[in-house]
Design a binder for this molecule. Structure first.
Ligand code: SAH
Length: 226
């Protein structure tokens, strides 16, 4: 899978994409990410990408020309399955959307700043708008990193243990069961006996029961979702 991320702050991604699973996915050739600086597509020599908003009011707006030129140029190279704009008024990101996106070949993620982007970009280029929560961030970069992380770890082969992602929370609309590692006893707190029993069937049943109980307790709404 290839992800193009359009941003005016490409440096913001250096941390998240250069470590751990995301780094490994790129090294294995399972995912590639290009950070594209919208400023490189500015139309004046000052590399300006924002301007005052029509109608007045505080806050700048990202201009249409640099973004349109940038997307037009990239579209000559790739056919995108989805052109995503990170936006607080988009659809709330969840595991289901991450699963859908992980099956795609090429996606583009546009990060806004300031008051947002000129509405005409949203109307003409964007195929999906994603929010990472009901709060306002100063830019789309952190959201794009969240989406890229959640999506890339679902690509087959990225996680070492292929079944590992399947037992994570939200797959099957259930919260993950609790997990333990050594020692079997710490300050009197014991690991549940069943996990030490070696009985795979009993362990699977215990984990399922725990998942259902936890979901009922913590996120009952998930059980009603399809
Ligand atoms: N004026 C806008 C907020 C702009 S915030 C409004 O009230 O809706 C600046 C940029 O940050 C946005 O263009 C968007 O790309 C990003 N952003 C802010 N909050 C976000 C969120 N919850 N999820 C995803 N992106 C967000």
């Amino acid at each position: 899978m290839h992800i193009d991320i359009l941003t005016i702050f490409p440096e913001m991604f250096e941390g998240p994409f250069k470590h751990s699973i995301l780094k490994r996915a790129q090294e294995k050739g399972l995912a590639s990410i290009d950070l594209i600086n919208i400023r490189d597509y500015a139309i004046d020599k000052h590399k300006r990408v924002d301007d005052y908003q029509y109608g007045g009011g505080s806050g700048m707006v990202m201009m249409i020309e640099p973004i349109a030129r940038c997307i037009d140029h990239l579209k000559e190279k790739r056919a995108y399955d989805e052109i995503i704009y990170m936006s607080p008024d988009g659809i709330l990101f969840n595991q289901k959307i991450a699963n859908q996106l992980s099956a795609f070949k090429n996606i583009l993620i546009l990060c806004g700043h300031y008051k947002g982007i000129d509405e005409r970009i949203r109307a003409t280029y964007i195929t999906r708008e994603i929010s990472i929560g009901d709060y306002v961030l100063s830019g789309g970069e952190l959201g794009a990193a969240v989406v890229a992380d959640a999506v890339i770890r679902l690509i087959p082969g990225v996680l070492n243990d292929e079944t590992s992602a399947l037992s994570d929370s939200f797959q099957d609309n259930l919260i993950s069961s609790p997990v333990y590692t050594r020692p079997a006893e710490f300050r009197g707190m014991k690991v549940p006996d069943v996990l030490l029993s070696g009985n795979d069937k009993a362990i699977a049943q215990w984990r399922f029961d725990q998942s259902v109980e936890r979901t009922r307790e913590r996120r009952p709404g998930l059980l009603d979702e399809q």
